[in-house]
Design a protein around this ligand. Structure first.
Ligand SMILES: Cc1cc2nc3c(=O)[nH]c(=O)nc-3n(C[C@H](O)[C@H](O)[C@H](O)COP(=O)(O)OP(=O)(O)OC[C@H]3O[C@@H](n4cnc5c(N)ncnc54)[C@H](O)[C@@H]3O)c2cc1C
Length: 342
């Protein structure tokens, strides 16, 4: 047993945000992070508006490009879906995760330990914030989402026509995301079905999507290509009351990244987790977090079904364009406006 009140394992966005929320309330926290920030992290780097507002309430916002919505594209079809309230952010994970971890480290009552892998000595309350492949899934098991998918991400300069919307290109085997990260740089992230994955996937897609070919003639990659698999998981129990253990962030289950909600889910649930720890009512946290996660999972399944092939995605964008913004509303929890361009 240590002298802290809470041990948090993992200094990614979920663990760092919770450390800030607890430390401010006088709870003594030890925050273990096995890596040193900035550490590599494959991600689509989009933070939805409800995540932005949770972050603003907690620590304020980082210096990162704002986005007003999404532009979905498949073949020649294109639909813009804008957030009706607030805006999204594109957060380069190396910078964002370091920024948030530094906030945690400078919060009173937080003992942040970069480069320290958790070894088992713990405070009375233990929090698993150690990501999708959490060590605590041995006790609170996870099931991987279906279909099994692989994600790639990198950054580049020299891409023409970048706007303040995240562009989502549905291709034959999944999606490609393009978003501004600032100073003329873009994030490129591609998600694939396991069976169609190849390590050169992003280059292959840039060459094979006609709407992108001309825009990427002068492309230069600025960061290494990162990969992650499998994407998405469900964790039916995220609290063990006897052990005084709870899971947060991806450790508590993550929707398929097609929803773009992993970070927002982690940040928007921070207050619930902090309240549960302070009040001792861990079960209440479990109920709220599972409800948020179930909503995102359902949306993910629907989006994957609607976009299974490029042809189907194109048909949906052409014929059901009015349904796209309500889907986005469902994801961000409020209304949005839209403009369809057939
Ligand atoms: C390809 C891809 C695209 C995505 N796109 C988006 C998107 O556009 N928008 C979005 O919101 N989400 C997206 N996500 C999901 C998002 O990346 C996650 O939801 C987010 O990283 C969860 O944060 P976390 O803090 O829970 O976990 P992580 O960010 O995984 O952090 C966990 C931390 O725990 C540390 N750790 C692990 N084990 C230990 C240990 N034993 N001791 C100490 N430290 C430990 C790790 O080093 C790590 O820093 C995407 C994910 C993928 C894979």
């Amino acid at each position: 047993m240590t002298s802290a009140d809470v041990t948090i394992v993992g200094g990614g966005p979920a663990g760092s945000a919770l450390a800030v929320a607890l430390g401010r309330q006088g709870v003594r926290v030890e925050l273990y992070e096995k890596a040193h920030h900035p550490r590599p992290k494959a991600c689509g780097e989009g933070l939805l508006p409800h995540g932005v507002s949770a972050l603003r309430d907690l620590v304020g916002l980082p210096d990162a490009p704002k986005v007003r919505g999404l532009r979905f594209r498949a073949g020649d079809a294109s639909v813009d879906a804008d957030f009706s309230t607030g805006h999204g952010l594109v957060v380069r994970r190396d910078r964002f995760d370091r920024w948030l971890f530094e906030h945690a480290a400078s919060t009173p009552n937080v003992d942040a330990r970069p480069g320290a892998r958790y070894t088992g000595t713990r405070a009375p309350i233990l929090v698993g914030a150690d990501g999708r492949q959490s060590m605590f899934h041995r006790r609170l098991p996870a099931t991987p989402a279906m279909p099994r998918r692989v994600g790639l991400s990198t950054h580049a300069i020299g891409v023409a026509g970048v706007t303040d919307r995240v562009e989502v290109f549905f291709h034959g085997d999944g999606e490609l995301y393009l978003a501004p990260t600032g100073d003329g740089e873009v994030l490129l992230s591609a998600l694939f079905d396991y069976r169609h994955f190849t390590p050169d996937g992003i280059r292959r897609l840039l060459a094979s999507i006609p709407a992108l070919r001309a825009r990427t003639r002068r492309i230069e990659f600025t960061t290494p290509l990162l990969a992650s698999a499998p994407l998405g998981s469900h964790v039916p129990r995220i609290v063990d009351e006897a052990e005084r253990l709870l899971l947060v962030g991806d450790a508590a289950g993550s929707p398929d990244p097609i929803v773009g909600d992993g970070l927002a889910l982690a940040l928007a649930s921070t207050r619930d987790a902090a309240e549960a720890i302070v009040s001792g009512n861990l079960r209440d946290y479990q109920r709220r977090r599972l409800a948020r996660g179930a909503r995102a999972r359902r949306l993910g399944r629907l989006m994957l079904a609607l976009s299974r092939t490029e042809r189907r995605a194109s048909w949906v964008l052409r014929h059901l364009s009015a349904a796209v913004p309500p889907l986005l509303d469902f994801a961000v929890g409020h209304e949005s406006s839209h403009h369809a361009r057939p």
